[in-house]
Design a protein around this ligand. Structure first.
Ligand code: MG
Ligand code: MG
Length: 251
């Protein structure tokens, strides 16, 4: 069931979104060779909880043990932070963060290079971020989720990259994952109609190779089946009369 949010509820989500954005900025500053993903998680959780009434959305969600999902290189999403996982020069690291405040969630992710990465990888990250921007541009009244997916797919495949199908964006609000699903591929004018007050997480998950994925034995971490690198960028967006409002990015 799709739930539409009032302007006031959207403002609450934007407050959660501002904390998500600040947390990801903090993580971006901390990412360097030698830091563990557990260190990032600890810093992020303390920072989130330093805001009155704010808590990390992911901790305990479906039993997930940590505050951030941190996924390195061929890991696509849902990597579990660990003190054993040390970031190395040339890696890319996807950091996915959710915050809940006053009963409403916001959800955003970035993928950042660790030190110097190959030029092809820099281009790959830029294209995935551009795919997210293209998807957000389609998040307007009267469009459909298929318009968003189609735009993301077009930018990604023009770059020669794979668009993951098994994982999709989603509605977000009083629950972290709500209807509708927001796939990263599709056809214009298909899927769910975008109504005023709909709040969705748009989140391209793109690979440098094939789009097929598999699940690691930890039952959380999703990796590319061919071992190619994966990138993930995400924003929470509200559909409004005046266009898409990004709730996880300062206006
Ligand atoms: Mg997320
Ligand atoms: Mg999400």
């Amino acid at each position: 069931m799709v739930t539409l949010k009032s302007p006031r509820e959207i403002d609450t989500m934007a407050r959660a979104g501002a904390i998500v954005e600040a947390t990801l900025k903090l993580c971006r500053r901390l990412v360097k060779p030698g830091i563990s993903t557990e260190d990032l998680d600890r810093e992020a959780e303390a920072f989130i909880r330093s805001h009155r009434g704010a808590k990390p959305s992911f901790k305990g969600l479906y039993g997930f043990p940590k505050s951030l999902c941190i996924s390195v290189n061929e890991e696509v999403v849902h990597g579990i932070p660990s003190h054993r996982r040390i970031l190395k020069e040339g890696n890319i690291v996807s950091i996915d963060c959710g915050v809940c405040i006053d009963g409403f969630h916001a959800d955003s992710a970035i993928t950042v290079p660790v030190g110097e990465v190959a030029p092809a990888v820099t281009r790959f990250l830029a294209t995935t971020e551009r795919a997210l921007a293209a998807g957000i541009e389609q998040a307007v009244l009267g469009n459909f989720t298929g318009d968003i997916g189609h735009a993301i797919q077009a930018v990604s495949e023009a770059g020669g990259y794979g668009v993951i199908r098994e994982l999709v964006g989603h509605g977000v609000g009083t629950r972290m994952h709500e209807d509708p699903q927001v796939p990263n591929h599709g056809k214009p004018k298909r899927g769910e109609r975008l109504l005023e007050g709909l709040t969705i997480a748009i989140e391209p998950m793109i690979t440098m190779g094939d789009y097929k994925t598999k699940l690691l034995p930890d039952k959380w971490t999703v990796v590319t089946a061919d071992g190619s690198m994966a990138a993930h960028f995400e924003h929470t967006v509200a559909i409004t009369k005046s266009g898409p409002r990004i709730l996880t990015k300062a206006a």
